[in-house]
Write a protein that binds this ligand. Structure first.
Ligand SMILES: NC(=O)c1ccc[n+]([C@@H]2O[C@H](COP(=O)([O-])OP(=O)(O)OC[C@H]3O[C@@H](n4cnc5c(N)ncnc54)[C@H](O)[C@@H]3O)[C@@H](O)[C@H]2O)c1
Ligand SMILES: O=C(O)[C@H](O)COP(=O)(O)O
Length: 527
């Protein structure tokens, strides 16, 4: 893939020192800061092309829009809900996380909270420190034989299940994506939430926070639970509705809550934290030496690998970029971008185009849908303006501009090719290209099929003119007068009528007007 150059990274939170060390050893300058206000971040972010955060830095649209050079936001951890991923995507900024580095730590804290809820350990410890010896007040219950409901059976949900089974708990759960056959292999029987709520003695949530999971446990679902159910949230504040939880604690419908996360962190409203049946932590799920070392190392290595063109791991908004790391797809991406750029330069009308039809053929391009579509749109949308289309944002920018992009693939042919047709103001423009000998090449432009494939590199002049044996010497003469050397001349196979030609130039022409007597349409570009 085209190298993504990262020279200066800001680490805006406490991240394990190995992160800075790895980045610096790989030639990246690193600045570490903590407790930056939003205004500080907005003022300084333009100095950096990379930002590494944990969960406290709010990478909002304001921050992203102030970041003229930012290419990557690296999250040393799992949740990216503190990053406005949509705003980053539109600006073509990669958002990357390290999803498994803190799984075990978060699972262990969840189990700790579950056990603390069953035996009131934090409350008993506080009572001892206050000079008491109260054996009666802290009567607990065994976990053995109890039912644990796990909502969200991903990485952490699985590890919690396995650990709590060793205490003799029965684990049931719900996840709309992880298949029941899979969770059955690690001892979790899946069922609907309606079936799950009334069975559980304990419920723990392990989903991301998103519209479908906000308030998963609310007044209605608490009412369906066993009286005295105990709940744990080590995932994200708001998955258990905080107001509903307080009401359920007050009514004793909920017998206790273990909370590591809050809607607002730190929470200004202390009603939950101060409730006698709540035990809470200041978002400590990932706060172990081991998890921090893993996340710090993972994010640094992932960034370094990306910069070195070795691979793309952990990108949450730029999956299409991952395909650019194979040498084969890299050349096809270059072709897509070049075809897009050729068509854009050939549309003499300055009207915006509204329809783009991309057709690929050849077995090798069967799975190229994501990257070819994005690559063509990068070429078509690049106009030197601020929006800077790239493979991360091209389709989003196209959608925002009201451009309809369709993509088809024809099976069966071994020879790969990509045809792009755009509609502008009722007229259509079409180009077909292929990768030949490892080089992107144009085969046809607006129904003029070239005698030899046109290598899509360097300074290229495309023009439409009436086919004639005099054309070559006349164009050579005009270019010489303009002080530009002709490096190649590609003619169409057809020798009559209006046809498209391509000329390789030593440098771009200052003014295409000089060609007017000879040509009907002309465009030039550097690829
Ligand atoms: N407290 C901490 O410090 C800490 C540490 C690490 C992770 N986390 C948080 O823990 C959560 C889980 O992390 P993970 O690594 O296990 O993520 P994961 O992506 O591996 O698992 C999340 C699971 O939730 C499931 N899910 C999505 N929508 C659902 C719904 N409506 N109902 C039920 N399940 C649903 C997904 O299918 C997925 O299997 C995330 O919110 C993450 O940010 C917190
Ligand atoms: O999503 C996560 O990785 C956890 O919430 C940890 O967040 P932290 O890195 O701010 O501790």
């Amino acid at each position: 893939m085209a190298p993504i150059s990262i020279k200066r990274i800001l680490i805006s939170e406490i991240v394990d020192p190995c992160c800075k060390k790895i980045l610096q050893e790989n030639g990246i300058q690193v600045t570490e800061k903590q407790n930056m206000s939003k205004d500080d971040l907005i003022a300084e972010i333009k100095e950096y092309d990379g930002l590494v955060v944990r969960s406290a830095t709010k990478v909002t649209a304001d921050v992203i829009n102030a970041a003229g050079n930012l290419k990557i936001v690296g999250r040393a951890g799992t949740g990216v809900d503190n990053v406005d991923v949509d705003a980053a995507t539109i600006k073509g900024i990669i958002v990357m996380n390290t999803p498994s580095g803190n799984t075990i730590s978060a699972a262990e804290l969840t189990c700790t909270l579950l056990m603390s809820l069953s035996r009131h350990v934090p409350q008993a410890a506080m009572s001892m420190k206050a000079g008491n010896w109260d054996r009666k007040k802290f009567m607990g219950a065994e976990m053995y034989g109890k039912i644990l409901g796990i909502v969200g059976l991903g990485r952490i949900g699985k590890e919690v299940a396995i650990r709590m089974q060793s205490f003799g708990m029965k684990t049931i759960g719900y996840d709309p994506i992880t298949p029941p056959e899979v969770t059955a292999t690690w001892g979790v029987e899946q069922m609907s939430l309606e079936q799950l709520w009334p069975q559980c003695d304990y419920i723990t949530v392990h989903t991301p926070l998103m519209p479908s999971t906000a308030g998963l446990l609310n007044d209605t679902s608490f009412a369906k639970c066993k009286k005295g159910v105990k709940v744990v949230n080590c995932a994200r504040g708001g998955i258990i509705d905080e107001d509903a939880l307080l009401r359920a604690l007050e009514s004793r419908q909920c017998g206790g809550a273990g909370l590591d996360v809050f809607v607002e962190e730190p929470p200004k409203n202390r009603a939950l934290v101060n409730h006698p049946n709540v035990i809470s932590c200041p978002h400590l799920g990932a706060s172990t030496k081991e998890a921090q070392a893993r996340c710090g190392q993972d994010i640094a290595l992932q960034i370094v690998d990306m910069v070195m063109g070795k691979g793309l791991v952990g990108a949450v908004n730029a999956q299409v970029l991952a395909s650019t790391f194979s040498p084969e797809s890299h050349q096809w991406i270059k072709l897509g971008e070049a075809i897009g750029a050729v068509l854009k330069s050939c549309t003499t009308s300055k009207q915006p185009f509204s329809q783009v039809k991309i057709t690929t053929q050849g077995d090798g391009l069967k799975d190229s849908s994501g990257y070819m579509t994005s690559a063509v749109m990068v070429g078509l949308l690049s106009d030197g303006s601020q929006s800077c289309p790239n493979l991360v944002n091209a389709l989003t920018l196209a959608k925002e501009s009201g451009i309809t992009v369709t993509r088809n693939h024809s099976e069966g042919l071994t020879q790969g090719a990509c045809e792009v047709e755009i509609s502008v103001n009722g007229s259509s423009y079409r180009a077909t290209g292929s990768v030949q000998g490892g080089v992107p090449a144009l085969l046809e432009l607006n129904r003029s099929v070239f005698r030899q494939p046109v290598s899509l590199t360097g300074n290229l002049l495309f023009f439409k003119a009436a086919a004639s044996p005099q054309l070559l010497p006349s164009v050579t003469g005009l270019l010489a007068t303009a002080g530009v050397e002709m490096e190649s001349f590609s003619a169409p196979a057809a020798r009559s009528g209006d046809q498209w030609y391509c000329v390789g130039l030593s440098s771009l022409l200052g003014d295409l007007g000089a060609l007017k007597p000879l040509v009907k349409e002309a465009a030039q570009l550097s690829v």
